[in-house]
Design a protein around this ligand. Structure first.
Ligand code: AMP
Ligand code: ZN
Length: 429
């Protein structure tokens, strides 16, 4: 169901009752998985909603350790789909879905789209990666559920994207924010007036990576459209977790499907109302893989101010950053440790390295500075160039993005006082 007034405008007592019933069921289900059983979940009794705090937190590392089947809470033959978080090579984190899980996820995505005005008759072009990444299929099925003509272009091939937008009268696109700006650049280069070229274009959904209000405004003004922030993570299905309504003042987080907490990332205690903290989410409806108190590492604030749109679900603010060192580059998650693991394995690489992120034009750029081993001669150009190319190649295979690699002499990277500064993020958006 994509306009679900009873649930979207539910009163606080009814919501609490619904959440409590669903939380109990979730805990009961989760206790069937080897992972939560080992945590003693069967013994914990949930008597009211605040008992959520008796439950264990779940982290990305937990999911990695539970790979491949440790989190499964239903018979394997009830699972119809598997997704994975972006960018994490090594042991991936996977999420399973039953038929009902996919159906509910699709409803939530359709609910988001309906909220901003997307209807049957709209033409939806999905410029986000398909495959294991959830942004592709997640939005795809949501748009189809509304009856939209849905075009699964995926990312890249900008000329074809623009041609399809024009030829099929595309009215809605889903895109990562940096690619939306790139699209605008291409249109400008071609000397086209976007408002004339794409008269049907109305909405852009910007998702998967952090972006600023300024980026949204640029996209809106350039194309003459409305752009909305879309938040999600594969552990909580993917897109369809929180989404802006036409008020564009925070994203409604769907509290009938997700139980939300905001905690201090160090003490793990709840923050005072309205203060920034780490978003922690418990699934309330998932069958195949319920997750309790998932530490998203995303920093945000939660607002319970009534929203003029009439929906009662609380709103989270634009994601301010992450409480860990995960880098999100072009929508792909990268952990500095992945880079380190590659560098360590290459002979000729010295002790220290540093990752520098910058905005170049509208694109994120990653440079990896690497000290060479003291035994290598700084004058042996040919060997150094071979080493540099090898590092680029091996890093690209690991992080799925091609970095610029700069070699420096031993000691060329300043040593920090205390903790090493592995990542310098100079990006402006
Ligand atoms: P993945 O599990 O690969 O889908 O990555 C999920 C992560 O992407 C989230 O935990 C956030 O850090 C980030 N992310 C997704 N959507 C947004 C958004 N609208 N704004 C900021 N960060 C986002
Ligand atoms: Zn609203």
């Amino acid at each position: 169901m994509y306009w679900d007034e009873r649930n979207e405008c539910i009163g606080p007592e009814d919501l609490a009752r619904l959440q409590f019933a669903r939380l109990r069921e979730t805990v009961r289900r989760a206790a069937r998985s080897p992972f939560y059983r080992a945590k003693g979940l069967g013994e914990i009794e949930v008597r009211d909603l605040s008992d959520v705090r008796k439950l264990p937190f779940t982290t990305k590392d937990d999911l990695r350790e539970a790979y491949p089947f440790g989190m499964l809470s239903c018979p394997l033959d009830d699972v119809v789909r598997l997704h994975s978080s972006s960018g994490t090579t090594g042991t991936p984190t996977v999420v399973y879905h039953s038929k009902k899980d996919i159906d509910r996820w699709t409803d939530l995505v359709a609910r988001c789209l309906y909220m901003i005005g997307v209807r049957k008759g709209d033409v939806f072009q999905n410029m986000i990666g398909y495959g294991l990444f959830t942004g592709g299929l997640g939005l795809h099925y949501g748009a189809e559920r509304l009856g939209c003509l849905t075009i699964p272009t995926g990312p890249g091939n900008t000329k074809r994207q623009l041609k399809f937008m024009k030829d099929f009268g595309v009215s809605v696109i889903h895109v990562i924010p940096s690619y939306a700006l790139h699209l605008a650049d291409e249109v400008e280069k071609l000397g086209i007036d976007p408002r004339r070229e794409f008269p049907s274009f109305k909405y852009a959904l910007l998702g998967a990576e952090p972006h600023t209000e300024e980026t949204r405004r640029k996209v809106e003004e350039f194309f003459g459209i409305q752009a909305y922030n879309s938040y999600g993570l594969s552990e909580m299905n993917g897109p369809g977790v929180a989404f802006e309504c036409p008020e564009k003042n925070g994203m409604h987080i769907w509290e009938d499907a997700f139980l939300v907490e905001v905690v201090d990332p160090v003490t793990l205690e709840p923050v005072a109302p309205g203060m920034q903290g780490e978003l922690v989410i418990t699934t309330l409806e998932r069958e195949a893989m319920p997750i309790l108190r998932y530490r998203t590492k995303d920093l945000t604030t939660l607002s319970d101010e009534p929203c003029p749109c009439g929906r009662t679900h609380r709103r989270i603010s634009r994601i301010a950053g992450r409480s860990d060192d995960m880098i999100i580059l072009k929508g792909v998650n990268i952990f500095p440790m992945q880079i380190e693991a590659v560098l360590i394995g290459i002979p000729g690489v010295g002790r220290n390295y540093q990752v520098i992120l910058e905005s170049r034009g509208h694109n994120d750029h990653i440079t990896v500075k690497v000290e060479i081993d003291a035994h290598l001669s700084i004058d042996d150009y040919r060997s150094l160039e071979e080493l540099r190319k090898r590092i680029v190649r091996e890093l690209r295979d690991e992080i799925l993005v091609t970095p610029e690699v700069v070699l420096t002499e031993p000691g060329g990277i300043p040593v920090a006082q205390g903790k090493a500064v592995r990542v310098v993020d100079n990006r402006t958006t």
